[in-house]
Write a protein of this length. Structure first.
Length: 368
């Protein structure tokens, strides 16, 4: 009999939460926890208090935990891009796990109960390998409108990917492959600064900066690495109109299944900062695939020892990105060491079951 019962209070089937759902499901399947879930609208309350409130109901999960003595605590999982803390739920929960965890922001904030907040870790979309009745229930009862419900239901039941490709756990991990030819991959999107989602000048300026920085990196890598580099912007209306010279050579390569197949062939991968300074989902995928990583400085903290020059090389300018790429191309020992380190970090902190198990271990210490 599992020593911990977990009740998920679900209000979203967003990709932001799939890693969490998969982790809970895997632990339940192995008998580590007893799992139940309730479908609710809990998350919509008081959402306006967050700067990025438009995503509130898509990136948060509330979980009730009960030990063998039926003692209860509430754990809150916040997978928002930004550093803001939802004060209402910080006050209400017993422990708060934050994806974009900034120790500097938290130490400078005036929130009470700051000691409740812990880093959650790297996020990416990953589905279980087998049929999940929990996922099917969420799809049928949470998704709206009908098209979204149909899509998420197919994800739940099509475990063999017979109808379409869905990124499942078996597709999203790999042992280190240091014998791969040392080439560099950087496929990335660009954000439309005039999108209806952009609400102020700060957000618009951030998107413009991110787009131009990524464009400069693509140009530099193409120029200096030649055939040792593959990458560019993913095809969409905005990139076609503004970066037509920097698109990947074939739009079909950006489809998830094709992209993951391509990713397997490149041992060195480049990551840049996401919206609101977040660590992009590609970074988590690179770690899961045991890649040697070149990245902009990480602005948020994660659990464990994810370290510069151990798990990744850091750059701040496009020419430095090229320099770090050349360093990894020319140094097979460094490349191999980094790939092994990232596989080790993935197994302990990023794999969905381990992310949840680590969080539950911390939460259990708070049960009195």
């Amino acid at each position: 009999m599992p020593s911990l019962r977990c009740k998920l209070l679900c209000h979203s089937v967003s990709p932001h939460l799939q890693q969490l759902y998969t982790g809970f499901g895997l632990l339940a399947k192995r008998g580590v926890i007893e799992l139940t879930q309730n479908i609710c609208n809990y998350g919509k309350r008081n959402a306006i208090s967050l700067k990025n409130y438009r995503d509130w109901t898509h990136a948060h999960l509330r979980v009730e935990l009960f030990d063998q003595n039926k003692k209860r605590i509430v754990a809150f999982f916040d997978n928002q891009d930004g550093e803001e803390i939802e004060v209402h739920h910080l006050e209400e929960c017993d422990i708060y796990f934050k994806r974009s965890y900034s120790s500097h922001y938290i130490s400078k904030s005036h929130h009470n109960n700051k000691e409740k907040i812990y880093p959650l870790g790297l996020n990416y979309k990953v589905l279980p390998d087998t049929l999940s009745l929990y996922a099917l229930q969420r799809s049928l009862l949470v998704s709206d409108p009908i098209v979204k419900m149909a899509r998420s239901s197919i994800e739940s039941v099509d475990s063999k990917n017979l109808l379409m490709f869905h990124p499942r756990l078996c597709h999203l991990q790999s042992l280190p492959l240091p014998s791969l030819e040392p080439k560099v991959l950087f496929m990335v999107t660009a954000y439309n600064p005039d999108s209806c989602e952009v609400r102020n000048k700060e957000e618009k300026d951030e998107r413009i900066h991110n787009n131009e920085f990524r464009a400069a990196c693509i140009r530099a890598l193409r120029k200096e690495l030649g055939q040792n580099f593959y990458g560019g912007f993913i095809h969409n209306k905005f990139t076609k109109e503004n970066y037509s010279d920097l698109l990947i050579d074939n739009a079909i390569n950006s489809k998830k299944g094709n992209y993951l197949n391509l990713l397997r062939k490149y041992p060195i991968c480049v990551a840049t900062t996401g919206l609101e300074g977040s660590i992009g989902w590609k970074f988590a995928e690179y770690v899961a695939f045991s890649k040697a990583i070149i990245t902009e400085k990480l602005q948020y903290d994660v659990p464990g020892n994810l370290m510069k020059n151990v798990n990744y090389l850091e750059f701040s300018m496009p020419y430095e990105c090229v320099e770090k790429a050349m360093q990894l191309i020319n140094d097979p020992d460094l490349r191999k060491m980094m790939m092994i380190n990232n596989w080790d970090y993935y197994r302990h902190y990023v794999a969905p079951d381990m992310m949840i198990l680590n969080a539950l271990s911390i939460a259990m210490k708070n049960i009195r």
